[in-house]
Ligand binder design. Structure first.
Ligand code: NAP
Length: 276
């Protein structure tokens, strides 16, 4: 079994360097995939209220039979529950569906700046952490301006910002901001959803030179940026390959060759995207 290195977060907790995404799995698929992935060595699992699979994810974690404290279980607050009391109630529903006493990492899924209530939700997240119901609190899809607002209004910065990050959208500026502030970057759609990135000639050529697959090259690129990729796979074969990325290293020229000059999002723009 592969032993995954860990990062220390700004709140003193540990975050595995790579995890498993579970969107768009349903409950049954998530249970299988999560139990299998933990058996292979995954210790970080990512879900969200809006993936509608927290029950399956929780069952998969329980079925894997690994001590609870070894698992970093992540879920996310949906847009329809922004607000202080709403966040506390929504968290309780997530915790019940997951079937756990505490959640390791709780994230605000999207900032929804037009709704304008993410700071209220953040205060509730701080309370959940103080109450020991959540180990670490973070956000997802927040811009530098949104992070600044949290810091100015509450004095507490997130431990993690989970953002769209892959070679088509390398997010240099936001990553540098995270680094300066001590916020760990997590990468969603790290493989670009298995899209053209894996067939990109630059990626394929690095893969050939390293004797690994294009997916492994892209995941290694994330690790060397210090970002935590959470590739989704329901296939035990690809889960195993996605874990097997700690035995080789990309050189500086290879790192530079992988990221594209033209930046292109696959998902929503945090300034306007609304996910309720
Ligand atoms: N915070 C947010 O707003 C947000 C948004 C999107 C996603 N996410 C999270 O991030 C996770 C990952 O993102 P994602 O699912 O969009 O994209 P992804 O992980 O980049 O790509 C997943 C796709 O790639 C395939 N795949 C996995 N490993 C592969 C490999 N080694 N070689 C070739 N294909 C491979 C998967 O198929 P198989 O299953 O068949 O292997 C699946 O179709 C999600 O599952 C979710 O947990 C968060």
């Amino acid at each position: 079994m592969i032993d995954i290195p860990q990062h220390s977060l700004n709140d003193g907790t540990k975050l595995p360097a790579l995890g498993l995404g579970t969107w768009p799995m349903d409950d049954a698929e998530a249970e299988e995939a999560v139990a299998g992935a933990i058996g292979l060595g995954f210790r970080l699992v990512d879900t969200a209220t809006n993936y509608r699979n927290e029950t399956g994810v929780g069952r998969g974690v329980a079925r894997a039979g690994v001590p609870r404290e070894e698992i970093v279980l992540t879920t996310k607050l949906p847009g329809r529950h922004h607000g202080y009391e709403e966040t506390l109630a929504s968290f309780e529903e997530s915790r019940r569906r997951l079937g756990v006493d505490y959640v390791d990492l709780y994230l605000i899924h999207w900032p929804l700046p037009r709704v304008g209530r993410f700071v209220d939700s953040w205060r509730a997240m701080i309370k959940l952490r103080e109450d020991g119901l959540v180990r670490s609190i973070g956000v997802s899809n927040f811009t530098a301006e949104h992070l600044d607002r949290l810091e100015k209004e509450t004095g507490v910065l997130p431990s993690v910002n989970q953002i769209e990050l892959h070679p088509l959208f390398p997010q240099e500026e936001l990553r540098a901001f995270h680094e300066a502030k001590g916020v760990r970057t997590e990468s969603w759609s790290p493989l670009g959803r298995g899209s053209a990135i894996l067939a990109d000639p630059a990626v394929v050529s690095v893969a050939e030179a390293q004797g690994v697959t294009p997916g492994q090259v892209v995941l290694r690129w994330h690790l060397q940026l210090g970002a935590v990729p959470i590739p989704k796979s329901s296939s035990p074969l690809r889960q195993r390959a996605n874990l097997d990325v700690f035995g080789f290293e990309l050189g500086p020229a290879q790192m530079a060759a992988i990221a594209h000059r033209t930046h292109r999002r696959l998902g929503g723009d945090p300034e306007v995207h609304e996910e309720f």
